[in-house]
Design a protein around this ligand. Structure first.
Ligand SMILES: NC(=O)CC[C@H](N)C(=O)O
Length: 366
């Protein structure tokens, strides 16, 4: 079956459908990872986006039950040069096409993804519509025109209710704006007592959970679309040690008086070089963001720039100069990607001071 993609700039792309049938609209972005497509598809930060992979062959090691990063894929469509119909890997359970169909997601293969990526790099990310329907480009253009990009992605992907992963270590409240499983995995590895809370949880509700620290998760969309979360972060500041990742980093910056802006085409891939300014060391990082904290907006705030992207000089990390709070724009949990920066979780957890009556082996009722 054929499938079409129409972009906001009027460019038309035709290829082969490999997922569900129907129609889907979203912001068309590209990811440069050579592997890790399953983690990309299930990263809730891609909610509302149609993702193009620049690597030409995707799906060759199939889909397995280990590499998912959330309860389901949240992308609005997937575009590849070539889809491997017969994956080969001992962990593989099915092909990417079968899996996309199960979740009623559209896939488009057989187009020149390099040309599409160059177009996005020149024009910036754009709205696009994918369709398997037999109809004119004009009809498609009309519907693309009428639909706006969504702004409520965080509410769509965040947990609906509080859930816990109890342990004896420091209690971390993970504010879920669309958290990847990797964040919980890293906290669990360090023995943390994790409480995951919905995006709209207030500072008072969080206080009642008696946390030792707060982790602000990654998540989709513009950080300014969740003003309630910015207010909550502002009132948690100084009361608990705080660590922000990706959207969490942007919310932390906004809560401290800095500003964010939309990037032309963002950073999405598994090999983005970032310089840690204190040591002069370069880390290779996993990234997925379309917004960034404006470096100039840091003037007059209590924030210090700690990490910069080597490709374009944009802000990749911040630290509060008086309070125990820091954040990074990239993904220290990787998944997919290199583990150069995972020590950031050690730094966060080492700075937490758990209630001593709850130490492992101790009598919690003493
Ligand atoms: N991965 C993320 O948390 C992304 C943050 C934000 N949605 C952005 O695109 O910049």
């Amino acid at each position: 079956m054929r499938a079409k993609l129409l972009l906001e700039d009027g460019s038309k792309w035709e290829g082969i459908s490999f997922g569900a049938e129907g129609e889907s609209m979203g912001e068309v972005v590209f990811n440069t990872g050579m592997t890790g497509y399953q983690e990309v598809l299930t990263d809730p930060s891609y909610c509302g986006q149609i993702v193009t992979m620049t690597y030409p062959l995707i799906g060759n090691y199939g889909i397995n039950r280990h590499d998912i990063e959330s309860r389901r894929p949240f992308v609005h469509g997937f575009i590849v040069r070539e889809q491997a119909e017969a994956p080969s890997h001992w962990r593989s359970e099915r092909s990417i096409g079968h899996w996309l169909k199960e979740y009623e997601l559209l896939g488009l293969a057989g187009i020149d993804t390099r040309q599409l990526t160059r177009r996005i790099r020149v024009h910036g990310t754009m709205k696009g519509i994918l369709s398997t329907k037999e109809e004119s480009w004009d009809a498609l253009a009309e519907r693309l025109d009428r639909q706006a990009l969504m702004q409520d992605q965080v509410a769509r992907v965040s947990t609906q209710s509080i859930h816990t992963a109890p342990s004896y270590g420091p209690r971390v409240v993970l504010m879920d704006f669309g958290a990847k499983y990797g964040l919980q995995r890293e906290l669990a590895r360090r023995g943390c007592d994790v409480v995951v809370v919905p995006h709209h949880t207030t500072a008072e509700e969080i206080e009642r959970l008696r946390p030792d620290g707060i982790l602000l998760s990654n998540g989709p969309g513009d950080p300014k679309d969740v003003p309630h979360a910015i207010r909550t972060v502002a009132s948690l500041l100084g009361r608990y040690p705080l660590f922000g990742i990706c959207l969490g980093h942007q919310l932390f910056a906004l809560a401290c008086g800095a500003d964010t802006e939309k990037m032309k085409f963002g950073h999405r891939g598994s090999n983005h070089p970032v310089k840690e300014l204190a040591s002069g060391r370069t880390w290779i990082t996993s990234q997925n963001h379309g917004y960034a904290v404006r470096n100039e907006s840091l003037t007059g705030t209590p924030l210090k720039l700690t990490h910069v992207a080597l490709n374009d000089g944009t802000c990749e990390g911040l630290e509060h100069q008086e309070l125990q709070a820091f954040s990074v724009q990239f993904h220290p949990e990787a998944a997919p990607g290199p583990h150069d920066s995972e020590s950031l979780f050690d730094r966060f957890v080492a700075g937490l001071q758990p209630d001593s009556s709850l130490r492992e082996g101790g009598n919690i009722h003493a």
